[in-house]
Design a protein around this ligand. Sequence first.
Ligand SMILES: NC(=O)c1ccc[n+]([C@@H]2O[C@H](COP(=O)([O-])OP(=O)(O)OC[C@H]3O[C@@H](n4cnc5c(N)ncnc54)[C@H](O)[C@@H]3O)[C@@H](O)[C@H]2O)c1
Length: 322
Amino acid sequence: MKILVTGGAGYIGSVLTGRLLEKGHKVTIFDKLFFGEEPLKQYSSDKNFRLVKGDINSGEDFSKALGNNESVIHLAALVGDPACKKNPELARKTNFDATLKIAHLCKEKKIKRFVFASTCSVYGFSNSQQLTEESALNPVSLYAITRLYSERALRVLSNSVFNPAILRFGTVYGLSPRMRFDLVVNTLSMKAATEGKISIFGGNQWRPFVHVSDIVDAINLVIESPVEKVAGEIFNVGSTEENYLIKQIGQVISESYPLVKVDSVDEIDDPRSYNVNFDKIKKTLGFRTKRTLKEGVKEIVEAIKSGAIKNTADAKYYNHLI
Ligand SMILES: NC(=O)c1ccc[n+]([C@@H]2O[C@H](COP(=O)([O-])OP(=O)(O)OC[C@H]3O[C@@H](n4cnc5c(N)ncnc54)[C@H](O)[C@@H]3O)[C@@H](O)[C@H]2O)c1
């Protein structure tokens, strides 16, 4: 299949690119390269790989890159609450206006498979036990609002030739060629490795965690499933068993690294709390995650301790510092 991935040089995209190439797809990455080209360097000699530097805010750039691709996976965005809070205009433009623009262009081109990366952050703050795709939404940040409005706009555009699949990812963790240390599990694992102590803020907020490689498995499954099974559908992506209270991340880290000091801070730095049900993607597509939080913590701590990742304070690892 010929697939265009927007944001393919990012945290999820740079893992996804490798997997799509392994599967024999022809992959075009369309990315503004906010974090550089380095995460994709390893694929540059693959004959099925093409990198186009461009901005999703330019319909012209996007149309040129789209060429005769058959499928689009739309990951490009200003990602995360702090980055969007810092650049609200750019966040609205990139995360909502540009999504709408490229969706119109894909509809004109009769792109049958369009996968949109949304987030479980659209559930925001909820006391409900298990949130499904049908549950009420309560986004608490501009980032989540831009994702939710994009979901809605995409569904309005749906017809028989353009039927986007919407994937609401849990909070992602794990190693990627474009590492992020602004995601809670990655941050705490990094602090455990570099400082030997971690601080848990609040701690009683629920969050579903999912490994970046499991996210990539889910995107692959959606791309390869019969169109009618995924067209116009919303799927939460993660595992019901991998919902944790934030304070439990501290416990998971302590189990593997008992010398790490765990501090509790009453102050809450992030009000989001949601416990999510992932039955739909399991029942409809047979999706099951393969990695656990404990394994994810270990791989990050080991990568830092072994020197495979150096200078974890580098701005390139933090979306709000660009
Ligand atoms: N990482 C998570 O925990 C998580 C959770 C839920 C949803 N998501 C969604 O997954 C997608 C990818 O997230 P990520 O963690 O890989 O983020 P990331 O910040 O690592 O990657 C985003 C990529 O988009 C590119 N980009 C940004 N603006 C662009 C523009 N105007 N034109 C072209 N390219 C542009 C950046 O250069 C970057 O390579 C996003 O849509 C995000 O909302 C991520």
